[in-house]
Design a protein around this ligand. Structure first.
Ligand SMILES: Cc1cc2nc3c(=O)[nH]c(=O)nc-3n(C[C@H](O)[C@H](O)[C@H](O)COP(=O)(O)OP(=O)(O)OC[C@H]3O[C@@H](n4cnc5c(N)ncnc54)[C@H](O)[C@@H]3O)c2cc1C
Length: 418
């Protein structure tokens, strides 16, 4: 066995910051210094996803090699909050509109079943990770927030059978050991665990099942030769009949270094991404480089200057919007794109408005979602919790009085390289 690395300081104290869960955790260990050259299943990424997959394939008798760019468990599987929620983000009503009642209910049930599944899995596999059905306390930061929390949760209870307990401020010390909040709501059917200890348990199970795990072994390229995948790594090539990519969001590329070949793409599309790239010109140069002659570029970006809520007190509304400007590098990218594209040899440049106007704050509507995003962001920019809460209450009141509005102005820009 090879010791690939330590949690701290090389991992736990790295520039990503100290990770609470890594304290006292034994170093995680690879089973092989170099990966197997030929396997039935290669798993790229050694987090929960990769290891759960590896446990299944190895137990089914398939030779399995897991590789990770860093040491095993480097990703968010050892860095998360350890909360296990049986709920699915969209409400049942939203899913019913989208998929019909039966499918929506089936998706909903999957959420509930997942909590039982992990409970059984941890018990059966005897994984020591402090798993506990302890519920989840949602604390209110103002009296108005408490009322809203209670109202929203009662609605979920009625419509979706979500189990909960209202905790008034006087009782909250029993749950949280503090009087700092204004009471809250306990979602009783939630659990928690120590995410890194859970990970350690999974790693042991994967190894016991016969899966090999090799850290510091990034997949640099994947190509297919007839029926075999060939994965290039700095520690040698792996030939695999099947591959499972479980790398999560860790795609470590800049917008100006796609590593795609010149003139290799028929299309390049980007949806609400380019406006966040601070140095957008090199990204556009890269798009131009990889497109074939006559290749198409399609971009959707929002005109953030026109992303507006209406109905709150004007001064406070302006303050929240002003704070939100910092969230994005290019507020009006669609206005700049035609010039930038023309200078790079694009033609047939067209703009199409995808503007939306919403006058209700329905759950899961873009207005409600944007309101939450903006409110959270404003808190990080020095707008006080009280002001943010007032702003939301004012929008709620405006809706009741029939004078609420939200406008967003995305623009679809399309062009062809000459
Ligand atoms: C701050 C935070 C809090 C969270 N809280 C919760 C929570 O309370 N409850 C909950 O259920 N979920 C939570 N999550 C989400 C949860 O952590 C993830 O959904 C889960 O860990 C994803 O597991 P994974 O195996 O897909 O990815 P990861 O654990 O991220 O593993 C992906 C691995 O792929 C590797 N990799 C990337 N590129 C390559 C490559 N080219 N070659 C080889 N390896 C590569 C990475 O090094 C990494 O180790 C949270 C996430 C974060 C960030």
């Amino acid at each position: 066995m090879l010791r690939i690395g330590k949690w701290a300081p090389s991992h736990g104290e790295s520039d990503e910051g100290h990770v609470y869960w890594h304290d006292g955790l034994a170093p995680l260990i690879s089973t092989r210094a170099v990966p197997l050259e030929s396997v039935e299943v290669a798993v790229i990424g050694s987090g929960y996803t990769g290891l759960h997959a590896a446990i299944v394939t190895a137990r089914a008798g398939r030779s399995t090699q897991v590789i990770d760019k860093h040491m095993p468990g480097w990703g968010c599987s050892t860095r998360n909050g350890g909360q296990i929620s049986p709920s699915i983000k969209p409400t049942l009503a939203t899913m019913t509109r989208k998929y019909g009642a039966n499918q929506a209910m089936a998706i909903r049930d999957e959420g509930y079943k997942s909590l039982d599944w992990i409970d059984n899995f941890i018990t059966r596999e005897k994984i020591d990770c402090h798993f506990k059905k302890c519920g989840r306390f949602q604390a209110a930061h103002t009296p108005a927030h408490f009322d809203a929390l209670v109202r929203d949760t009662q609605k979920l209870g009625k419509e979706e059978g979500v189990e909960f307990k209202i905790v008034p401020r006087d009782d909250q010390r029993k749950e949280l050991g503090t009087d700092s909040y204004y009471g809250g709501v306990m979602l009783t059917n939630h659990a928690s665990l120590d995410p890194a200890k859970y990970y350690v348990g999974l790693l042991k199970k994967a190894k016991l099942a016969g899966a090999e795990v090799t850290g510091n072994c990034p997949a640099q390229d994947i190509r297919k030769d007839h029926e075999v995948y060939i994965i290039t790594t700095p520690k040698g090539e792996i030939r695999a009949k099947n591959i499972i990519i479980a790398t999560n969001g860790y795609i470590n590329k800049n917008a100006d270094e796609s590593q795609l070949k010149t003139n290799s793409c028929h299309f390049v599309t980007s949806t609400q991404a380019l406006e966040y790239v601070p140095d957008v010109d090199p990204a556009l140069d890269e798009i131009t480089r990889i497109l074939r002659p006559r290749g198409a570029f399609v971009n959707v970006s929002i005109l953030w200057d026109h992303f507006k809520f209406h109905g709150a007190d004007e001064k406070l509304n302006e303050k929240v919007h002003e704070a939100f400007r910092a969230h994005c590098s290019h507020q009006m990218l669609p206005m700049e794109l035609p010039g930038k594209l023309t200078r790079r040899g694009f033609e047939n440049i067209k703009d199409r408005s995808l503007a939306v106007v919403i006058t209700r704050r329905d759950d899961n509507s873009p207005a409600r979602y944007s309101e939450a995003v903006m409110a959270n962001f404003a808190l990080t920019q020095g707008v006080s919790a009280e002001e943010v809460s007032d702003w939301k209450s004012q929008l709620e009141r405006a809706e009741k009085q029939g004078r609420f509005g939200f406008t967003s102005f995305p623009v679809l820009t399309s062009a062809h390289l000459s």
